[in-house]
Design a protein around this ligand. Structure first.
Ligand code: CP
Length: 306
């Protein structure tokens, strides 16, 4: 396995499937009260430049459950890239800690941390990717559907960091992927090209469409995320207008030919990208996915930090 998890691209398909099995095993052991202290005597530093509920709590709880110790640092505590260069921070941290989890405004920050630190680095969300979220969804689908291969994943909304990680994961996991987004809000071009290549290599489909009903029609999983991500607050009015017809609501879900699973990376802006009725409805797996962040991240940490 690669030293770091900066991007889903760091994982080969067999590594993704191994992590899913390991996450399921760790979840089962936790339910049975079996302790897996693979991080005993180890310390993980968590650097967060942005707010977080799920990522912070699941990493801290996960480190504790694996017997390790977490140190939480806000980016401003250490003047990331201002008081000290990212390279120097990385070269200090590697002398003291066994793992780094970083949530950064810029993807390049996490890339640089991973480049300069011998210590493994896990991406806890950047403006480009959210690999742990994609793995948590994959683990949840593995639980709910047994096999990911052949499933069709429909992402409704912004071609953002979360969409990027799902795009890269889907072909590697054998899933077809479609994103329905308004013009001007497509996923990153380079990730789109990379996904097309992966889809051709693994025999899955990938498409970008405008009509959410077209995307959902033959989907097995419908996913959405906020229309205004952290750092895009100044674009809120414009984005809310552009995404108005991309709400995941009962009408959209009822138009699907099959019974779909619905998820959201959370936090949700209820009444905007998703309605209460759908998010809290019977097909929603959003909280199962949030729960699985804990176990899949333990699987990743057991691989990289132990
Ligand atoms: N989904 C997710 O990463 O949640 P937080 O922003 O609360 O960590």
């Amino acid at each position: 396995m690669h030293k770091d998890l900066v991007s889903i691209d760091d994982l080969e398909p067999e590594e993704i499937f191994e992590l899913l099995e390991s996450g399921l095993e760790l979840k089962k052991k936790r339910a049975l009260g079996i302790v897996e202290p693979v991080l005993q005597g180890r310390t993980v530093v968590m650097i967060f430049e942005k707010p977080s509920l799920r990522t912070r709590v699941t990493f801290e709880v996960g480190i504790t459950q694996l017997g390790g110790q977490a140190i939480y640092l806000q980016g401003s505590d250490i003047g990331l890239g201002h008081r000290e260069s990212i390279a120097d921070i990385a070269r200090n941290l590697e002398r003291w800690v066994d793992g780094i989890v970083a949530r950064a405004s810029s993807h390049q920050t996490v890339v640089e941390l991973a480049r300069w630190a011998d210590t493994p680095v896990i991406n806890g969300l950047t403006d480009r990717e959210h690999p742990c979220q994609a793995l948590a969804l994959a683990m949840t689908l593995r639980e709910k559907k047994c096999d990911l291969r052949g499933l069709k994943f429909a992402f409704i909304g912004d071609g953002n960091n979360v969409a990027h990680s799902f795009m890269l994961l889907s072909p590697k996991a054998g899933m077809d992927f479609v994103i329905a987004c308004p013009e001007g809000y497509e996923p990153d071009k380079q990730i789109t090209e990379q996904t097309k290549d992966l889809a051709a290599r693994f025999g899955t489909s990938f498409s970008i469409v405008r009509d959410p009903f077209e995307a959902v029609k033959d989907a097995d999983v419908v996913y959405t995320d906020v229309w205004v991500s952290m750092g895009q607050e100044s674009e809120a009015v414009e984005r809310e207008k552009a995404f108005r017809s991309y709400q995941v609501n009962r009408e959209l879900i009822d138009s699907a030919e099959r019974e779909v699973l619905i998820s959201h990376c959370l936090p949700a802006h209820r009444g905007q990208e998703i309605t209460d009725e759908v998010l809290d409805g019977p097909g929603s797996i959003a909280l199962d996915e949030a729960e699985n962040r804990l176990h899949i991240q333990k699987a990743v940490m057991a691989r990289l930090f132990a």
